[in-house]
Ligand binder design. Structure first.
Ligand code: RP5
Length: 165
């Protein structure tokens, strides 16, 4: 299976991205975790994106906060799908990063998930790679079924406890 890259602009993004690592692990997907910044290490960012397809990556997840250009910088240097995760910051609650990540110009797409949406970024990566991997597609279907069962179980429990019919 092709690898997924989880790139973060700073080690301060690590905690918010834990959900992506947990989800990829649960789906038995190989992934690399790197700290690469569009602004602080721009050469490394370009080099990673340019080499990613040859290095057997299939999807790049790029998480950054504030004036978040990491996902766009990745997209500029590869035709691999890039999933952008805007990071919540202390000053503008992530709205700055959301707009910076989502407002890509036509011709250069970044699939942007919610602010701190690490888990959905991993699931989107899985869905992309599952197109050519039936075993992964089965694990994704099982993941969905388990999620559905959990909600149905909560509905039954809460309904029995709180309804007054
Ligand atoms: C962004 O700036 C990073 O992705 C991080 O979310 C934010 C703050 O970085 P630090 O100053 O905490 O390293 O580039």
């Amino acid at each position: 299976m092709k690898k997924t890259a989880i790139i973060m602009g700073s080690d301060s993004d690590l905690k918010a991205m834990q959900g992506a690592m947990d989800t990829l692990k649960a789906l038995e997907m190989p992934f690399a975790v790197r700290i690469i910044s569009a602004h602080r290490t721009p050469e490394a960012a370009a080099a990673f994106a340019k080499g990613a397809a040859d290095d057997d990556y299939g999807v790049i997840i790029a998480a950054a906060g504030k004036a978040a250009h990491l996902a766009g910088a990745m997209a500029a240097n590869t035709i691999l799908p890039v999933v952008g995760v805007p990071m919540k910051s202390s000053t503008l609650d992530g709205l700055d990063a959301l707009l910076s990540t989502v407002q890509m110009p036509s011709g250069m797409p970044v699939a942007t998930v919610a602010i701190d949406g690490a888990t959905n970024a991993a699931l989107l990566a899985a869905q992309i790679l599952a197109l050519s991997d039936p075993a992964l597609a089965k694990r994704l279907s099982d993941y969905r079924a388990a999620q559905t069962a959990k909600v149905l179980e909560k509905d039954a429990r809460i309904s029995a406890e709180y309804s007054n019919l």
